[in-house]
Design a protein around this ligand. Sequence first.
Ligand SMILES: *[C@@H]1O[C@H](CO)[C@@H](O)[C@H](O)[C@H]1NC(C)=O
Ligand SMILES: *[C@@H]1O[C@H](CO)[C@@H](O)[C@H](O)[C@H]1NC(C)=O
Ligand SMILES: *[C@@H]1O[C@H](CO)[C@@H](O)[C@H](O)[C@H]1NC(C)=O
Ligand SMILES: *[C@@H]1O[C@H](CO)[C@@H](O)[C@H](O)[C@H]1NC(C)=O
Ligand SMILES: *[C@@H]1O[C@H](CO)[C@@H](O)[C@H](O)[C@H]1NC(C)=O
Ligand SMILES: *[C@@H]1O[C@H](CO)[C@@H](O)[C@H](O)[C@H]1NC(C)=O
Ligand SMILES: *[C@@H]1O[C@H](CO)[C@@H](O)[C@H](O)[C@H]1NC(C)=O
Ligand SMILES: *[C@@H]1O[C@H](CO)[C@@H](O)[C@H](O)[C@H]1NC(C)=O
Ligand SMILES: *[C@@H]1O[C@H](CO)[C@@H](O)[C@H](O)[C@H]1NC(C)=O
Length: 529
Amino acid sequence: MSGLLLLCSVLSLWASVIINYLTSKSFSIEGAVCGAPGQFCADQPSGLEAFAGDSVTFPCSFVFPRNVTGITNVTIIFQAGEGNYCGARIYNSGYGNTTQGYQGRVSLVGDPWTRNGTITLTNVRARDIKSYCCRVQLLITNKGTEQWQNGRGTWLTVRGENDITMHQPPFIPALVGDTVTIPCHFSISAKKKIQNMSLSSVQWRFSTQYPGCDTDIYNSAMGAVGSERMSLAGEDGAAIQIKHVGLSDSGWYCCGAQVTGDGQVYRTERMRGTKLIITGKTNKTKIEQPKEVTFPDSPTISCNYTLPENEDPLWVGIYWMFGDPREGFAYHPDPELIHPRYRGKTRLVGQSDLYLEEVNGMDNSSFYCRVAMRLCNSTLLNTVETLLGEGTGTLLRLNADQSDQTKIIAASVGSVIVLILLILIILFLIKRKGTRKQLQQSEQKDPVHGGNGKTVTTEYDDLELVGREQKTDINYYESVGETPRASSDPSNSGGHLLYSTLDHSRSSSNHKCSPVSGQEVFYADVKRY
Ligand SMILES: *[C@@H]1O[C@H](CO)[C@@H](O)[C@H](O)[C@H]1NC(C)=O
Ligand SMILES: *[C@@H]1O[C@H](CO)[C@@H](O)[C@H](O)[C@H]1NC(C)=O
Ligand SMILES: *[C@@H]1O[C@H](CO)[C@@H](O)[C@H](O)[C@H]1NC(C)=O
Ligand SMILES: *[C@@H]1O[C@H](CO)[C@@H](O)[C@H](O)[C@H]1NC(C)=O
Ligand SMILES: *[C@@H]1O[C@H](CO)[C@@H](O)[C@H](O)[C@H]1NC(C)=O
Ligand SMILES: *[C@@H]1O[C@H](CO)[C@@H](O)[C@H](O)[C@H]1NC(C)=O
Ligand SMILES: *[C@@H]1O[C@H](CO)[C@@H](O)[C@H](O)[C@H]1NC(C)=O
Ligand SMILES: *[C@@H]1O[C@H](CO)[C@@H](O)[C@H](O)[C@H]1NC(C)=O
Ligand SMILES: *[C@@H]1O[C@H](CO)[C@@H](O)[C@H](O)[C@H]1NC(C)=O
């Protein structure tokens, strides 16, 4: 028995549901009791939309107390009713039979042994517009049956070929203070060939109590009716965004739209909306994430969570948010809801770890692991409550990014130095060539004008002209400019050598000196310099 208790406590809630069932089955004779009892629940979305002729899948997940053991059969029964009533049974997965009107159209696609009672209805028609309830029946050894159902069911809206359908998520959990986006998309019948669809107006309605909405809260013609915090968002502009949500924003949100397609106008509205569930942070989920992670050395931020003991969730959702205050989702199962900065750059690895690719303009920001879950309300029979927990955040440090920056800076400084050196070398070569030319010219002219100072000055005036022509290069211009000054003041050491050379050549090889010999003298002089 202690072994059994150990087994029961070791059984993570998330550890395969199948194991749970297997233990229930194998220990049925001993009457195993694992932990405290939960409740009986069946969870379904409040509404679905489909076009006539299409198939529609009704999700249904369920839980029951762990001390219910000895189960031999799990049967899913589907009921259809008008209004808010579940109505008559139309399908029984145990016998695989359906009532008239549904023959051959209903099948169980979920695995009830993994608490999945999902049902598909094919070839939907206008008279299928009803509420469909998922009922679970457990056949228990020596105890008969245990059965329960979802009380509200899923309302099916069937649209005609000339209608459009609206798609919204069934529920969105959020924390007080979040900015929430409720997506809304329209689609046309596959049978319709409309070239050009465009959204001409959007409207949102709200209800605090019922999935069908009644109060206008947003209208694209008038803007927000109720709150300044609301605006349209999303790719096609039909989603609604609500800033800094508070508890009073909890309720149902239904999207409606007017769409123009090939000159025709289509109008539609959701019969059942998205349930926005605003809560405080729960402390029932233990969420662990590291305090810091260095990127990109470690592109994965780990997140481990443990769900409340002795409770089996109907559903678990993992999200990653970033920023203080929270700017948006770094990861969300619906890519549309991921902040543009991270869209396509993040994914979940393992159960809940965040894998992050390098993002432009990334800075040290904190990432928060969020775990949402739907549990059977422990106090009110057959009601579902949604809890949302959040980790303490992981600071993503960008050390390697900085070293990258250093590398970039080093590389650019290096190339600038190389460039300057190159320019200097070119300048030097050009200058040398120019000086040489000038020397040649003076050698040639000297014999004509005779060796007086004035001749030299004119030579340098000429050179100055040459220099001015090459103004683009300042270094060259300045070095050339220095030389005439030297000529006017022979005592100036800067140009002295050059002059002495000139004078020297003049004195040594005056009248008969060839330009070639003058060149030679110059070279010798440079060496001396
Ligand atoms: C499960 O436990 C609850 C409360 O402890 C009890 O009322 C219920 O009868 C138990 N069910 C089974 C099948 O043992
Ligand atoms: C399926 O068959 C069983 C046994 O004959 C019957 O009790 C039940 O009402 C049938 N269910 C439906 C949905 O036809
Ligand atoms: C229980 O399941 C077995 C086989 O899985 C099936 O033969 C039997 O008809 C089922 N009983 C009921 C009452 O659904
Ligand atoms: C239930 O089964 C359906 C059909 O196989 C599947 O698409 C769905 O993901 C399952 N739901 C859960 C919660 O596993
Ligand atoms: C769609 O409409 C736009 C303007 O409303 C028009 O410019 C475009 O040619 C149309 N495209 C088609 C395929 O009809
Ligand atoms: C969780 O929060 C509740 C109130 O919100 C508090 O009473 C309880 O002590 C907290 N539990 C833990 C483990 O922090
Ligand atoms: C999560 O669990 C894994 C495996 O046990 C461990 O390596 C990792 O450090 C844990 N992460 C945190 C944040 O506790
Ligand atoms: C990121 O953190 C590192 C280490 O603390 C720090 O040196 C760096 O300046 C930070 N970068 C930014 C953009 O805040
Ligand atoms: C859970 O049950 C309690 C007690 O009846 C109730 O006050 C609460 O509103 C229920 N929670 C939900 C989410 O239905």
